[in-house]
Write a protein that binds this ligand. Structure first.
Ligand code: AMP
Length: 136
């Protein structure tokens, strides 16, 4: 059984939020600590802890809701793009163990950037790894 999280309490109205959308499978709230104003979260109703725990149909549905939110942000905020991302398990930086998709409005020259350092491959390493990672 999935464990309750802060997002479950938000969905139940125990913790207040600004809710933008709701259906039987997911809901959308504004992130309280936005990377850019308007940053919002598409959250599953059931607290699946990561992407692979959730049923495929739910994931499909949530990405379509994220797409609608992207369109809405472009209309209302006149943003130039969005980052749509999932932190998937604690090692990736996921703080709330409850599946959610971040949708972050972006503007040309807004000064925000992901500050990941990049790695590099030795000769032949990428091809070897690529063979192991082929999706079956
Ligand atoms: P993650 O690191 O992917 O698990 O993201 C969790 C997100 O939830 C963060 O961006 C937080 O700012 C956001 N968050 C945490 N508590 C609340 C809350 N009470 N209302 C809205 N957003 C929240």
């Amino acid at each position: 059984m999935e464990k309750e999280t802060i997002f479950t309490k938000i969905d139940e109205g125990i913790i207040p939020s600004v809710k933008l959308y709701e259906d039987s499978k997911c809901f959308v709230i504004m992130d309280i600590n936005p990377i850019v104003k308007g940053h919002s979260l598409v959250i599953s109703k059931k607290p699946y802890c990561n992407l692979t725990q959730a049923p495929e149909k739910l994931v499909e549905h949530m990405i379509l809701v994220a797409r609608k939110l992207d369109l809405r942000m472009r209309e209302v905020l006149d943003c130039d793009g969005t980052n749509i991302m999932i932190n998937n398990d604690p090692a990736s930086g996921q703080e709330v163990p409850h599946l959610h998709i971040h949708v972050i409005p972006r503007y040309e020259n807004d000064g925000r950037k992901f500050s990941f350092a990049h790695d590099s491959y030795a000769e032949g390493e990428m091809a070897d790894l690529g063979r192991r990672l082929e999706i079956r």
